[in-house]
Ligand binder design. Structure first.
Ligand code: PEP
Ligand code: MN
Length: 341
């Protein structure tokens, strides 16, 4: 449940309510808006059955939250969140573009892609160093060597960096090199890993599971936040359906649905959603128009020779044409199309 305090309720009234809840063995989380403070209560509510908090000073109302996710719930935090990553913010006023290769293949390749995507307006460089491939015989990533290249690319370009992790070991290693970590579709319900990421405190991009419902996805976010890490961004990357003309089906309605259910920023990955480079631009335009806070796009210096996901990767030219077009879409949404520093 949440306890909504009256506008401009004095600190002492908020502290009183918090202490009563804690004395009864429940946890509290504060959401402090400009006018109103909301106290989120997590734990066994029956422990409060003997206390009437409704009549405590400056309590406006008590609202039960029926959904099992609480801290990611928009009822708890009515304002959309902005997540700070390095010197850039992902959130309501910006359109954040993350771009880069599916897999980091060499230092030269990564640096050339980093410069190209930065020139075109991306603020994040993505690149996989631990690849969860369908076949065990496919390229699995450069691991720590790849992370080192990401770090060098950040030093050279100022781009923020993001890399997927697939285990506790890869998380510990990646946290030393990158600004944000990605939990991929295949690990969205790896609850142990979600908890580890929560404890690590580093900003997280949580992709939607291959067949996950939106509620399952928000519960996955809750695993991270409930461990003390509120810096979670959601990424819609397509879901499994009966349709075979695209790799997955982009669930574009997930964007407005999430906007109503959660305060967390939402970005869209049209590359994995479609699996076909020609569809990346139209789906990107659509994602921005429907209110996404950003995009994650695969870009390669030579898609025909890519070690992973070449068919869905944009060339430098196609990527810069797309970002040019997206400036107008971002402006229509009152979003700043951020330039890298
Ligand atoms: C990726 O971003 O390279 C990736 C593997 O994505 P997903 O987890 O969405 O399949
Ligand atoms: Mn990929």
């Amino acid at each position: 449940m949440i306890i909504v305090m009256k506008p401009k309720a004095p600190r002492a009234s908020v502290e009183h309510v918090v202490s009563v809840i804690r004395e009864n063995g429940l946890e509290t989380h504060l959401s402090e808006g400009k006018e109103v403070t909301i106290i989120g209560v997590v734990g066994d509510k029956t422990r409060l059955s003997d206390v009437n908090l409704q009549i405590a000073p400056d309590v406006e109302k008590i609202v039960p939250i029926t959904e099992s996710y609480k801290l990611s719930n928009r009822k708890f935090h009515p304002e959309p969140s902005a997540i700070q990553v390095g010197n850039t913010k992902i959130g309501p006023d910006n359109l954040t573009v993350m771009a880069g290769p599916c897999a980091i293949e060499s230092e030269k390749q990564l640096l050339s892609i980093a410069h190209a995507v930065k020139t075109a307006g991306a603020t994040f460089l993505r690149g996989g160093a631990y690849k969860p491939r369908t076949s065990p015989y496919s390229f699995q990533g450069l691991e720590e060597e790849g992370l080192l290249y990401l770090k060098r690319a950040r030093e050279e370009t100022g781009l923020a960096t993001i890399c997927e992790v697939i285990s506790r070991e890869s998380l510990a290693c990646a946290a030393k090199y990158v600004d944000m970590i990605q939990i991929g579709a295949r690990n969205m319900q790896n609850f142990q890993l979600l908890r580890e990421v929560g404890r690590a405190g580093i900003p997280v991009l949580l992709k939607r599971g291959l067949s996950a419902t939106i509620d399952e996805w928000l519960n996955a976010a809750e695993y991270i936040i409930s461990e003390g890490n509120p810096n979670v961004v959601l990424c819609e990357r397509g879901i499994r359906t009966y349709e075979t003309s695209t790799r997955n089906t982009l669930d574009i309605s997930a964007v407005p649905v999430l906007k109503s259910k959660t305060h967390l920023p939402v970005i869209v990955d049209p590359s994995h959603a479609s699996g076909v480079w020609e569809y990346v631009a139209p789906l990107s335009r659509c994602a921005v128009a429907v209110g996404a806070d950003g995009l994650m796009i695969e870009v390669h210096d030579n898609p025909e020779c890519a070690l992973s996901d070449g068919p869905q990767s944009l060339t430098f030219n196609h990527f810069s044409q797309l970002t040019e077009e997206l400036r107008a879409y971002a402006a229509l949404q009152n979003r700043a199309f951020k330039e890298a520093p």
